[in-house]
Design a protein around this ligand. Structure first.
Ligand code: FES
Length: 106
């Protein structure tokens, strides 16, 4: 599937990603500036913060309690659409998803 991801400087990147992969891994694979993901996806770092565009955010499953707890730890302020990208599993329904990296992960 294709994702439209804006890096922390505002540059838009269209990246290819495999279904079943996490949004975090897709961003890391493409070398996106602004994705840290220090814990590698184990939901213990909060440095994989992304802001998902509203139309796409509403298509995602609600964050689980442990994701909500870790979202409290992000460096950048939370916005509507803020999620931890390691918890977003890519599916064909998310083809075309738009998201941006926050200004900082630390
Ligand atoms: Fe660490 Fe998502 S990669 S919480």
């Amino acid at each position: 599937i294709q994702l439209h991801l804006q890096d922390k400087d505002g540059t838009l990147h269209t990246v290819q990603a495999r279904v079943g992969r996490s949004l975090m891994h897709a961003a890391v694979d493409s070398g996106l500036d602004g994705m840290a993901a220090d814990c590698g996806g184990s939901l213990s770092c909060a440095t994989c913060h992304v802001i998902v565009a509203p139309a796409w955010a509403e298509q995602l499953p609600e964050p689980a309690a442990d994701e909500l707890a870790m979202l409290e730890m992000t460096a950048a302020p939370l916005e509507p659409g803020s999620r931890l990208s390691c918890q977003i599993r890519l599916s064909t329904a998310l083809d075309g998803l738009q998201a941006r990296m926050p200004a900082t992960q630390y």
